[in-house]
Design a protein around this ligand. Sequence first.
Ligand code: ADP
Ligand code: XUL
Length: 526
Amino acid sequence: MSKLFLGLDSSTQSLSAVVIDYDTRKVVYNDSLNFDESLPQYKTRNGVLPNRNPLIKHSPPLMWAEALDMLFARIKKKGVALNKILAISGSGQQHGSVYLNAKGAAAIANLNPKLSLAKNLEGAFSRPTAPIWMDSSTGTECGEIRRALGGIKASAQLTGSDVFERFTGPQIRKFYKSEKARYEKTASIALVSSFMSSLIAGTISPIDHCDGAGMNLMDIRKKVWSPKALKATAPGLQQKLPPLAAPWTVIGPVSSYFVEKYGLNPEASAIVWSGDNPCSVIGLGLIDEHTAAISLGTSDTYFGSMHRFRADTRGEGHVFCSPTGDYMTLICYKNGSLARERVRDEHRLGWDGFNKAIQSTQPGNDGGILLPWFEPEIVPRVTKPRVERLGLDQKNAAANCRAVVEAQMMSMKLHSQWMDAPPKRIRATGGASDNVAILQIMADVLGCPVYRVQVAKSAALGAALRAAHGWLKNSGAKADWKKIIAGFTQPLSEKEIKPNRKVRRLYDQLIEKYSKFEHAHRETKD
Ligand code: ADP
Ligand code: XUL
């Protein structure tokens, strides 16, 4: 009998599914559902609810639940043998939080297959919308928590990161301060990942260590909720949080809702979900410290594995747990794909036109530099969005297309130095990793070969592989990561993009100029 595992990825703009056949090492199903297009009734733009305040970014959790129904219906319709799936796990955009009231747990435990998930969850929320990772409205709360934890360095040593606007702790504190009555009515706080795994398992799910590390609430080395961080965040918080769990934990069998409605096997295991970046670590096969990954999704992220804990005491980068049991390093940019799209759209181009524009210009852009902070930025921290140019004419389409990508790559090189693991190779993933013009600049600036992977949806693939790992570990079999990922995460060798030596040297010089320009425009921290 074939061993099938399902990985789901609830990301900012879409819900994706990857089904793997473990024995034949094949991806047998790969699909994605875009929220704006498939669920227009929620009125999101790029998966986010419009808000007059540009710092506030929320999404409707009911939309994610409804997407789960739609995607399962599609998988069933395509004839995937859902009854042969042995385990399901998933990946969620990190940091976002979902707030359930006292009815939430019962609604999740008694999902009625005759109704939709959205209908089942009506009246189960104490907060109708979920703040997500793009939100930067918690500057005050960050300052308060950071002070209570003893400053940037102490926060990073305790939780793996300085206190960040999008992290769940400051978001919870803001909710507690501004909506006390609703906070009091909250019985259970979930991450996007644990909310979705609660639905799959039909019970309130634990939060896994990897995604828990993105909250500013977990002691990253002890892997427990930190009493100091809980106290600094909000009263009575511990009772509202689920337990933390290792990323291979079986929550239980899948909910009967999915068995009756879509024909899942009642014995299929629900494995705890994790964050999208930790899942991508697996989906990209990042087992050693010298392979880095760059994900060009809604956010751009640069990440890698780390065996021994080392925090970024300057406070820009993050340390999370990795699904392997090691740590992972990460820096995250808000001005990723959406910034590239802004420049592309400003000059009325499609991706083809954008690429041709890049190719019509010389690497280094004659010294022209752009700081593409269309939205508040995380690295470096920018609270007031602005776009700065040096030696660059705003009207010059080609130069601006090149400049946005060069700036993003130079910033990654500069701000990943604390990881102390210069990459020997980079694996590229995410929507924009299909774009060779972008990847060539990546290889030239970072000075090493870039590989495109077979499945661009590395978070969903990683989730499927995590499902296999959890299932093997819990059935008493040997669960060796190298063996589990073999055949699934090898990059396509014909898709190697080599750095050009001459161009590389040019960028080594330009990066100094970029660094000075960026420094001149930095905001100082409190
Ligand atoms: P997420 O998982 O964060 O929702 P994806 O990884 O699916 O996002 O990436 C979506 C982004 O990919 C889009 O916003 C789009 O800008 C970008 N994208 C898609 N195709 C291309 C392309 N050919 N070149 C550059 N960017 C692209
Ligand atoms: C990581 C981060 C984003 C989200 C959305 O810290 O904020 O990468 O996980 O993808």
